[in-house]
Write a new protein. Sequence first.
Length: 407
Amino acid sequence: TLAMAPPRPARCREERSRLCLVEALVLCASIVVLAEVASPGFSAGLGSSFRWQAWTHGTPGRAGRCRSGDVSQAAVSESNAPVLVAEKDRPEADKYAEEGSIQPISWLNKPKPPALPPTLFKPKVSLAQRFIGDPNYLFKIVNEIDDQSEGGKRVIELGPGTGAVTSRLWRKYPEMVGVELDQRALRVLAQKVPGATVIRSDALLINYTKLAEIRGGPLTVVATLPFHVATQMVFTLLDHAPSVRNLHLVLQKEVADRVCARPGSKKYGIPSVAFQLYADVTKLFDIPPKVFVPEPDVFGSYVKLDFEAATERRLALNVDPRDLRNLTNTAFRGRGKMLHNSLEKLLRCHTTLINELPEEYDKARPAQLEPWEFVHLTQLLFGKKEFPKHFRFSWRGEFGRTVLREP
């Protein structure tokens, strides 16, 4: 027969249940005490009628009762008290602390990421709007701009947005002009920078040559445009190069690296050749994603293109820019091919002067040539021509026709 265990007395079961209840009460008390230490006044929100007892595991006979407002005073140890006092004595903590906040005071003192005020409009996804909100980078952007015109009347800002750059730039150059497409941004600028002159237009459609004539000389252009528009903007200004003194703009970091790339690198391409022929290119500094609102997934770079410093080099090209673009695009379309293969269609065209490339270019690849070598190839294929001194659609306009020879 199996021996049956004697039933446990009721007293043991009651003591075990009591111990479980005591552990649950102690856990609740610890949570409230920690919340009170993190945010003073937390327990006051639990209600003045709330009562709870602090039991000990040994003798439950001694129980202490206290109101919720007295919990923090009884629970906070002497070692924690100086820390709380030290934080409260700091004027920054009192300034940033919010009534009823459950965050520790030290969290409230940490700098917040840049954000648009809630009263402003939300950035449009269709326009890919991103605004720079960090004052340190805004200062660096404005500090790089230098213009000697009277009152800065030749300074043109493209895409002023909510006026983060405009408000600082206008103090230095009160006669500057802004170009903005979003009508909501124009209303914000009218309130934020009431004295600035801003026109509503697409920056890619402006005749900068005519604008330079109106303003009395070559322009100093500042652009904080969306990344996908910024590259097109540079190609647009290549056609207006005689009317632009220099250009400061924010590009995507990968695009900026391509603009500044040298022959032999994987990033060397059409922007590298075109921009380095027309201007002196300098990447000034990188801009991390956290500076932008909303935050993008890529870094930005602040780039300067000095068209004035490259005036003599540009006029000495002795080619038609349309021919230069035609040859450059055709060559890099077959990036991994030798030039005698990638330029085969141009060599068979009736408008070209030669049918075969010279030996030094025949087996070369586009990424191995210097920018001036593309100019030499253009002269060989299309002949020497006077470089235009005035505006002409070349890089974002007209194209030369490619007509194949009869076989």
